[in-house]
Ligand binder design. Structure first.
Ligand SMILES: NC(=O)c1ccc[n+]([C@@H]2O[C@H](COP(=O)([O-])OP(=O)(O)OC[C@H]3O[C@@H](n4cnc5c(N)ncnc54)[C@H](O)[C@@H]3O)[C@@H](O)[C@H]2O)c1
Length: 446
């Protein structure tokens, strides 16, 4: 099938390559000529595991352009442009509408059957209220005749985008009519390697399902973090024992039920906020989403307090891990960056290190924060070390760098990745979600 993908970013880049790898003729369209050049040179437009291999393998079926008129040749045209949040937390459709301004006129007068697909995350109701009228006005065609409109979002985690696209738990298709949805099902049937269930529905239901999935998952994360906070104050408690058993209940499930750090990244925090805005705007109860967000925001302070309770005289804290999760360089809403910022604000001597995200993080941090060139340098400089992103390499800390400093260092291992037996001599290892006597004593005056 001939498919145009409008927006070749963190999602559109991988989707274009995945579609081409399954035999489709794919044309990427982006306003960024650098991204277009990379694709046409056979190079991955964004960093994502497995993407370069797919782009290389699909070169003859994958090209890119800045010319929207060329995209109008697609049998299917998929939009994956940004939908940034406004100051209230609602997603804006400005980029989608701008891209439609480019594409719409080139769709005029065609009589071949085409389907426009919105893959970006939008406020529920957007396709019916804003996108469909704009598409019809700009193309001079009515949705339902020779033009279909679908909303079909991706459910992916950065760092695992390709695998998630190939093996989704479900494919969600909001459709203007069954004919449009059938075209999209045909495409994804040819892409998915795990035979997932397809769910066809009215577009507004798909728009709502997309953010409802993410707000449900964030609610689980905040729930586990609230449990961790309780366990840290309850003698003998261990959040991992509790969540391990809790997750065995088939009504609950084990995924994303880990008492550790805040959720971050470009989706979870803002999807949750948008859900609360939606509820508030239409007179529904936003309490659940707002509580989830409030608990999440409180996690950085919780961690900063734990760090403060572990410093004995020294003032130097090292934050190991700045991307919001492993296998990505994205630092948006990252717990490591938030912690480093709070500690710097409070006057600590803060060092940071990450395998890929030091520069991106430093751009968001006060200038007194020191960016290290290696984990070894960070270990040397720090009295307390906090592992905030579970990069596999942090499970293997360079002990050689501790030479010359006799005192036992404290490592706050937020994700429980350090083998405690191996490091017991060098480090006092603090795990989250277990009683933190010093902190409780300090706070209660006990
Ligand atoms: N990144 C994620 O983890 C993720 C997950 C699920 C959903 N989403 C949603 O997918 C959408 C895209 O997200 P992303 O992370 O890929 O964004 P991104 O910022 O990484 O990429 C967007 C791309 O669109 C291009 N672009 C901007 N305006 C354009 C226009 N008018 N015409 C053509 N191209 C244009 C940009 O140059 C960029 O290459 C957003 O709505 C986002 O909420 C993202």
């Amino acid at each position: 099938m001939r498919i145009a993908v409008v927006g070749l970013g963190k999602l559109g880049g991988p989707l274009a390559a995945v579609l081409a790898s399954k035999g489709n003729e794919v044309l990427g369209v982006d306003v960024n000529s650098e991204v277009v050049r990379l694709v046409n040179e056979g190079r991955a437009p964004v960093t994502e595991p497995g993407l370069q291999e797919l782009v290389t393998a699909s070169r003859e079926r994958l090209s890119a352009t800045t010319d929207f008129a060329a995209a109008a040749d697609g049998e299917v045209i998929i939009f994956l442009v940004p939908t940034p949040s406004d100051e209230r937390g609602a997603f804006t459709n400005a980029y989608i509408l701008a891209a439609l301004e480019g594409l719409g006129p080139a769709l005029q007068g065609r009589d071949d059957y085409q389907v426009v697909v919105i893959g970006s995350t939008v406020m529920p109701g957007s396709c019916d209220s804003e996108i469909r009228p704009a598409l019809e006005r700009l193309s001079g065609r009515q949705v339902g005749d020779s033009l279909g409109l679908c909303y079909s979002p991706e459910f992916i985690a950065l760092g695992n985008v390709i695998q998630d696209m190939l093996n989704p738990d479900m494919v969600l298709i909001g459709e203007s009519d069954p004919r449009a949805g059938a075209v999209i099902e045909r495409i994804y049937s040819g892409v998915c390697e795990n035979d997932p269930p397809f769910r066809h529905m009215a577009i507004v239901n798909a728009e709502l399902t997309k953010i409802a999935v993410n707000t449900y998952v964030t609610m689980k994360i905040s729930y586990a973090n609230a449990l961790a906070d309780i366990c840290e104050r309850l003698p003998g408690a261990d959040v991992d024992s509790v969540t391990d058993a809790l997750g065995l209940d088939s009504r609950i499930g084990r995924k994303y039920l880990r008492g550790a750090l805040a959720y971050g990244g470009p989706c979870f925090p803002r999807d949750n906020k948008a859900f609360a805005v939606l509820a508030r705007d239409i007179g529904a109860d936003p309490a659940l989403a707002e509580a989830t967000d409030g608990i999440n925001v409180a996690q950085s302070e919780r961690l900063a307090r734990i760090v403060g309770s572990r410093l004995r005289g020294g003032n130097a804290v090292g934050v190991l891990g700045l991307s919001y999760k492993p296998d990505t360089g994205v630092v948006e809403e990252s717990p490591g960056v938030a912690l480093a910022g709070l500690l710097a604000r409070d006057g600590y001597d803060v060092s940071v290190y990450d395998p890929v995200a030091v520069d991106a993080a430093l751009r968001r941090l006060p200038e007194e924060v020191h960016g290290c060139a290696s984990a070894a340098e960070l270990l040397e400089r720090s009295d307390v070390i906090v592992i905030t992103t579970p990069w596999p390499e942090f499970a293997d800390l360079p002990l050689g760098s501790l030479n010359g400093r006799a005192e036992r260092r404290v490592v706050i291992d937020c994700w429980g990745i350090l083998p405690e037996d191996r490091y017991r001599e060098e480090f006092e290892i603090v795990r989250l979600g277990r009683p933190l006597e010093d902190r409780v004593q300090a706070e209660t005056g006990a």
